[in-house]
Ligand binder design. Structure first.
Ligand code: NAP
Length: 279
């Protein structure tokens, strides 16, 4: 039940009607009797600065940022965490004293927590990320922090992968990060132990498969950032059938939310209830 003291949280994006975040967060608050409410707010790109100022003025405790605002949010915060700066994208904002905004990125660390849940350690592994946008960048920063031995970036627009490698080179030994073109994805996948799809491929039924089917084998860990309400992606289903270990976009979504809630509330979120709300 909402009270006169209910603390406000939410997500801004455009469009936003499809978001699962209100369901996930509010289920946990209701189960634990925590006096918070989380709402979805449709904000068009031209109104982003005004909306952010309004959210801060209204006394929200924090908010999530989703497509298409994750990059545009960077100059609108007062402080930027290192992971968000390196990823070039903000997905979580904490509103502090006097409306001061701190920008974080929990997409990458949420991905790592989803790997840990699946029993996957990234330390010393050879990792391939397909994609070079916001999700790929956040995951790249997080897996490098976990100590992968090699990170191969593959993207349709190779210049974007090269720009991402440049951003990462100040953070890790540059020789650890390689860029390969989409034509080389078969070899790049064969040389990697962990395959991560961080493109849009798989969002729509009938989309082309992100990796050559032959490269998805029992020995691989196969991960998808893409999530679809009510079903697994074709990549995750195929990988499971082949006996590969998998980490789905749904688990990444869950743990990016768990980490945001931890920061906003300072308490341990009810992960089981959040997971059930997404199922
Ligand atoms: P983004 O910044 O727009 O990047 C999109 C990426 O997908 C780019 O690398 C783009 O390549 C690539 N791409 C798009 N269409 C493609 C195609 N037909 N063939 C090959 N590559 C293609 O988007 P994003 O924010 O990173 O999101 C990517 C996916 O991750 C989305 O499905 C999103 O919902 C998901 N995501 C999930 C979570 C989660 O919690 N599970 C969190 C964040 C994002 P170019 O550079 O060549 O255009």
């Amino acid at each position: 039940m909402l009270t006169g003291k209910t603390k406000l949280l939410g997500v801004i994006g455009h469009p936003i009607g499809h978001t699962l975040s209100p369901r996930m967060h509010n289920a946990a608050f209701a189960a634990d009797g925590a006096d918070y409410a989380y709402v979805a707010m449709d904000v068009t790109p031209g109104r982003l600065p005004a909306a952010v100022e309004g959210i801060s003025a209204l006394g929200f405790v924090g908010f999530n940022v989703t497509m298409p605002h994750k990059e545009a949010m960077l100059p609108l915060v007062d402080e930027l965490d290192e992971a968000a700066r390196l990823a070039g994208a903000v997905n979580t904002v904490v509103v502090g004293e006097g409306g001061k905004l701190r920008g974080l990125n929990t997409d990458g660390s949420g991905f790592v927590e989803a790997c840990a849940e699946a029993g996957v350690s990234l330390l010393g592994r050879r990792v391939l990320i397909l994609g070079a946008g916001g999700a790929a960048s956040a995951i790249a920063v997080a897996v490098l922090e976990e100590g992968v031995s090699r990170l191969c970036l593959v993207n349709r627009t190779i210049e974007k992968a090269e720009r991402l490698r440049e951003r990462l080179s100040g953070f890790v030994d540059g020789t650890k990060v390689l860029v390969r073109s989409l034509d080389e994805i078969g070899e790049a996948a064969a040389e990697s132990e962990v395959l991560i799809n961080a493109t849009y491929l798989g969002m729509k039924e009938g989309d082309p498969f992100p990796f050559p089917a032959a490269s998805v084998t029992t020995e691989k860990v196969v991960c998808d950032a893409v999530y679809c309400a009510g079903r697994e992606t074709a990549l995750i289903l195929h990988a499971r059938e082949d006996g590969a270990c998998t980490v789905s976009g749904g688990r990444m979504l869950l743990y990016q939310g768990v980490q945001a809630q931890r920061v906003w509330t300072g308490r341990e979120p009810n992960v089981g209830v959040m997971s059930d709300a997404l199922a």
